[in-house]
Design a binder for this molecule. Structure first.
Ligand SMILES: *[C@@H]1O[C@H](CO)[C@@H](O)[C@H](O)[C@H]1NC(C)=O
Ligand SMILES: *[C@@H]1O[C@H](CO)[C@@H](O)[C@H](O)[C@H]1NC(C)=O
Length: 502
């Protein structure tokens, strides 16, 4: 072997070793397509990043804190997070940009399609407890987007505008989706209004099929290019864009003049596949593109807020990354070791058992969660109440209809009917077998916020807990926009003694 040849292979090995230690944004920088936005609540996306990953707001008192990586380039400090949120509910109020450009994501303002439920028409922000994960065994939290939740930055700097090239990837939960518009991450309008075809270029995930679709029933990785979720050249159908069934998904969308691509893969193993790589859609406005450079997460460009999904990490680049850079990023994501975390904690009720659920609010401790017809309320019950009244306050614990880490509560006097939330009221309704019913009827448990018993949280709206308010049952958030979200007495009103007697 010649000495120059062994030098070359040594240099190659060094580059490979350096990139193995590199974060996703180090890889894209080496490829000539540097990150201009990098968002993650789980980990650093540069190997030298040691600033704050996100800001939490605690709803009991409005206090905020920043959460940093445990080590430079490492996973978020979940212990600091948990200690700050103990006994209260917390939300992700800022998802910091790691690129150094200040392209942070905060609560999205109202837009052309919809206003959020909060003062000023702002969207909801996400409850970390909805998306617990571990990365190589270290606990962290992802961004669980319920319908109504959205983040945005309409003044981003350095992101692609016009027909400039860009790349994006995101790691998402392939099992958390719906057919609403639109669970997006990426480039959008700076006005929060639909300003026309080609004014967006964002990753989109879900099984909405009014625009494009792929093979099977979905969900699919698509591209929101405005006025259409695209899977390929023509808006309607690309049989090479598969239905995704992975729990953790890596989704890639990238575009440059006259050309764009969709790629995807299992974020816990294997390589990326290319689902589309070709010309721009042939409808007016998509070639050339008119990207505006704002950044959205969880919503459409016009603030459509009907979709749900979970985001763990993602970036936007300046320049069109090579497929080999995407492949190295995928290897880095796989090496990060994503796995599911515990959705229910504390004392868990046993599946199949019959339970009673007693209030702990001082002055109301003789009241139990019960129902009167379809209304879920609290009623004063004792061991000498009539058997019909006791049955109205007795619940059979079932494995969660939408997630088996959580629970569903079947009425003992109305078999087949479950507690579900609708309009954030708790109702007793017959299980209609739909995905929406299953999700509305799934609740996760955790230690009671006031230190007693358990608190019971909606799986689909994890900021919302079983609460009694004027003796009626709600799925209430701490200090949220509805009267029943009133912060006064919240921790007591959402803490319940789950037992098997009155
Ligand atoms: C994704 O990868 C994980 C880890 O290897 C594996 O357990 C899972 O089955 C894969 N998902 C699919 C849909 O193949
Ligand atoms: C149930 O509701 C009906 C109609 O509002 C009311 O008359 C009745 O007293 C209620 N029963 C209980 C146990 O609350």
């Amino acid at each position: 072997m010649s000495s120059s040849r062994s030098l070359r292979s040594a240099a190659k090995a060094l580059v490979a070793a350096t990139l193995a230690a590199a974060g996703p944004c180090d890889i894209y920088a080496a490829d000539g397509a540097p990150c201009v936005a990098a968002h993650s609540t789980t980990r650093a996306l540069y190997n030298s990043f040691n600033s704050a990953l996100y800001q939490l707001t605690r709803n009991s008192d409005g206090a905020t804190t920043d959460i940093f990586p445990l080590t430079t380039g490492g996973v978020a400090n979940a212990a600091a997070h948990d200690s700050f949120c103990n006994g209260a509910t917390c939300l992700f109020s800022i998802i910091y940009d790691q690129s150094g450009r200040g392209n942070h994501l905060t609560r999205a303002p109202p837009g052309g399609a919809a206003s959020g439920p909060n003062p000023g028409g702002y969207d909801d922000i996400a409850a970390p407890l909805g998306a617990p994960v571990t990365l190589n065994g270290n606990k962290a939290y992802g961004v669980f987007v319920s319908p109504g939740t959205g983040y945005r930055n309409n003044e981003a700097s350095g992101t692609a505008t016009g027909d400039e090239p860009q790349g994006m990837y995101a790691v998402i939960d392939g099992t958390h989706y719906n057919d609403g518009c639109c669970f997006d991450y990426g480039n959008a309008e700076t006005s929060s209004h639909d300003t026309g075809n080609g004014h967006m270029e964002a990753i989109s995930f879900g099984n909405i099929d009014v625009w494009g679709s792929g093979s099977g029933d979905g969900p699919w990785i698509m591209a929101d290019l405005e006025n259409g979720l695209f899977t390929g050249e023509n808006v309607k159908y690309n049989g090479n864009d598969p239905t995704i069934t992975d729990r953790f998904v890596t989704a890639v969308v990238k575009g440059e003049p006259s050309h764009w691509a969709i790629r995807g893969g299992n974020a816990t193993s294997g390589d990326l596949s290319t689902f589309y790589d070709g010309v721009r859609p042939d409808a007016n406005g998509y070639n050339p593109m008119s990207k505006e450079g704002a950044i959205i997460l969880g919503i459409g460009g016009d603030n459509s807020i009907g979709a749900q999904g979970t985001f763990y990490e993602g970036v936007m680049t300046s320049g069109y990354p090579s497929d080999s850079a995407d492949d190295l990023v995928q290897a880095n994501v796989v090496a990060a070791g994503y796995a599911i975390g515990a959705l229910s904690t504390g004392d868990k009720p046993s599946v199949g058992s019959s339970v009673t659920v007693r209030a702990t609010t001082p002055g109301y401790t003789n009241r139990f969660l019960a129902h009167n017809g379809s209304v879920v309320n609290t009623q004063i019950l004792t061991s000498s109440s009539s058997s019909a009244d006791r049955a109205a306050g007795t619940w059979i614990v079932r494995s969660g209809l939408a997630n088996d880490q959580c629970f569903s509560f079947e009425s003992s006097d109305t078999p087949g009917s479950f507690i579900r939330h609708s309009g954030f009221k708790l109702l007793l309704n017959a299980n209609d077998g739909s995905k929406l019913f299953h999700e509305d009827a799934t609740f996760c448990t955790q230690p009671g916020l006031n230190g007693q018993g358990s608190s019971v949280r909606s799986w689909s709206y994890p900021a919302r807990y079983f609460r009694h308010y004027y003796n009626v049952g709600y799925a209430a958030s701490q200090g949220g926009p509805n009267d029943f979200d009133n912060a006064a007495s919240y921790a007591n009103d959402v803490s319940w003694i789950v037992s098997n007697s009155f």
